[in-house]
Ligand binder design. Sequence first.
Ligand code: SAH
Length: 492
Amino acid sequence: MFLTISTTGTPERPATDLGYLLHKHPEKAQAFSTSYGRAHVLYPEADDQRCTAALLLEVDAVALVRRGKGKGRGGAPDSALAQYVNDRPYAASSLLAVALSAVFSSAMRAVCAAKPELPSQPRPLRIEVPALPARGGPELVRRLFEPLGWTVTVEPVALDSEFPEWGDSRYVRLELESTQLTVAEALRHLYVLLPVLDDAKHYWVASDEVDKLLRAGEGWLPGHPEQKLITSRYLSRRWSLTREAMERLELVRLAEADDSEVEDIDNAVEAETETEEKPTPLAVQRREAILEALRAAGAARVLDLGCGQGQLVQALLKDPKFTEIVGVDVSVRALTIASRRLKLDRMGERMASRVQLFQGSLAYTDKRLKGYDAAVLSEVIEHLDLPRLPALEYAVFGAARPRTVLVTTPNVEYNVRWESLPAGHVRHGDHRFEWTRQEFRAWASAVAERHGYDVEFVPVGPDDPEVGPPTQMAVFTLGTAVIRTEKEAKAA
Ligand code: SAH
């Protein structure tokens, strides 16, 4: 079993940096023992311009069978012989993935003490796997790798070259090329996708496999168009594990959705305008616009409704003017991530007394939301089905009734400006709707009218003369008349 990773370079960024990235010196041939045999790493070529590392795994077929037995379940014991005489020693498969993670574990985690800046830099990469078992054929190979930014060359290997009429085997020769990816990303893609294509996982799938999958899939698996197939095959079609993984991926996707969209979109905008300075990500511009509006309103006690991973809560905590900050979300897992981000458990007492996270659904009235100066709904309404929106409206504007309410949502008109977004698509799979400026204004004005608020609209991000800004924000203020009557009512 064999694969090679190659890169090219210049005297300033020599190709031999690959040695630092993989933590394996280009001048040495090294061998490592792994659970399934000896893994060798060697460099067939290594100079400033070109460098190739080869990973070769000599599978110990006997160890393989013993391990299978040792775990009590020997995989599929077709026949005693099939366990010894099979394609394992020759084909790149899940065993190679195990070897990858054993031999290149620091590289996969993007750690490089000697040159800490290297791992995060994309570089020209070329990966070759001469014999890859690929259930699903070349077409599936493309569907798995292309969305990740690889240019894929995949050729079926004939069952027997002397008898072309026998057709193709289930093996392919795979070549991947990219200039946009880092070595760590490449290794993590292979670590997950080789066994997925092999689809015959040799070792017993335990529940920590879900953790391994999510760790290796970080940054690319959530939202991959074949996320379901990848998850299910990686976990050997164990449905309970698959379901757990899918739930956790969904959560990551939800919580990170807006940020990652924005990053993609930013890159597109950057490429388009070829600006020298990196534009501020939209998510950051949005947070700044929200903070500014909250300060302008003189709010001190603030609700962040649908707080997700807690980025806004974190920003609010940095300003002592905000004396009480409450993050609410329907997703317990999002709240767990938020509390980890905020380091709630290690926070000083004074800081901790200013912040609270709790679980709740905005589709129901909730007494705990009463009595705050302001509520923020940042990129939340579009995650609710339209028929649920009146319930949210009542819970926030009718029952909780803070003096100020900020609502942000995508402006669908702007979508034509995102180059990476196919026509007619919403920005994120979980968006139940995206509104034009007019639709948002109509909704917000009607809400204001029904509940005694005044409303103003603020563009967030570059305000395009034709299609408007990428994010639209409505600033609702409880009508002065209403405030007076309430005060009078209290006084009376
Ligand atoms: N406000 C954050 C997160 C936006 S993502 C930001 O601007 O980055 C949308 C969030 O709304 C998710 O965390 C989701 O769990 C939450 N959400 C969706 N429906 C909800 C509901 N009915 N009640 C409370 N939160 C909800």
